[in-house]
Design a binder for this molecule. Structure first.
Ligand code: FPP
Length: 236
């Protein structure tokens, strides 16, 4: 029997622990990332089958640009491969793909593949897979603030009109609902500049499982745990 997702529409995941997974086995970090990319496919499939409507994955943060050039190159290589290879499966499973993050920092061929995948899957409606790539939440909030300041300066809006709805409409995530559940793998318990605005009322689940070992059963167990929680949104 598949686990029912109930009121759980949107799961956001911080995929952590690829490096430690490899180190434990005496392997290169790149091997951990490669296995992590396979987990991305398995979890996308599982989430779709379980009825999750939105899945957001943190694939590369703005801070990740500071990693050694060789590791950045490995991650970009895996992304290139993923972007080229996955169209058929996404189409078959009715998955719409979107990307959030600062595209101007990414290599041109990757940006082109991202736009192409977004266009080609735009009509799919079973699940939306949102990949956070070169993403930083503070940067996202700052660019929204800048846009609002410019609109006010031009006299197009009155500062009194600025509210949470207008602000949310200027974020990269303007077309998707806020996450209901944030999962972080690998035992770390932090948010790392991920969806800071959007997770205001999200539930959190931290698991010790390293991302390359994370599987369908892990996801099902976490969803069961989520379904047993009572969300009050500040009310009693
Ligand atoms: C954290 O592991 C993971 C990342 C920095 C990136 C996540 C990338 C993937 C899962 C692979 C590529 C993604 C796609 C969408 C094809 P870490 O290196 O921080 O691990 P550590 O904390 O154990 O060192």
């Amino acid at each position: 029997m598949t686990t029912k997702t109930g009121n759980l529409q949107h799961i956001a995941i911080i995929m952590d622990g690829n490096g430690r997974w490899a180190k434990k086995r005496g392997l290169l970090r790149s091997v951990g990332h490669k296995k992590g990319a396979e987990t991305v496919k398995e979890i996308t499939r599982a989430a779709g089958e379980m009825g999750v409507k939105y899945l957001t994955l943190y694939a590369f943060s703005t801070e990740n640009w500071q990693r050694p050039a060789e590791e950045v190159e490995t991650l970009m290589g895996l992304l290139r491969e993923y972007l080229k290879s996955d169209l058929k499966e996404l189409q078959e499973n009715g998955v719409r793909i979107i990307f959030i993050g600062e595209r101007s920092m990414l290599p041109a061929d990757i940006v082109e593949s991202m736009s192409k995948l977004e266009e080609e899957t735009a009509g799919n409606d079973k699940m939306t897979l949102c990949i956070a790539l070169s993403y930083g939440s503070r940067q996202e909030i700052v660019q929204a603030a800048r846009k609002i300041a410019a609109l006010a300066k031009q006299g197009d809006i009155d500062p009194e009109e600025v509210d949470a709805k207008m602000f949310a409409g200027l974020l990269y995530t303007k077309d998707i609902p806020d996450p209901d559940l944030v999962i972080r793998t690998s035992g770390e318990q932090r948010v790392s500049n991920y969806l800071l605005w959007q997770i205001a009322y999200a539930e959190f689940y931290f698991t010790d499982v390293l991302w390359p070992d994370f599987d369908r059963k892990c996801l099902e167990d976490i969803i069961k745990n989520f379904n047993a929680r009572e969300r009050r949104y500040g009310k009693i």
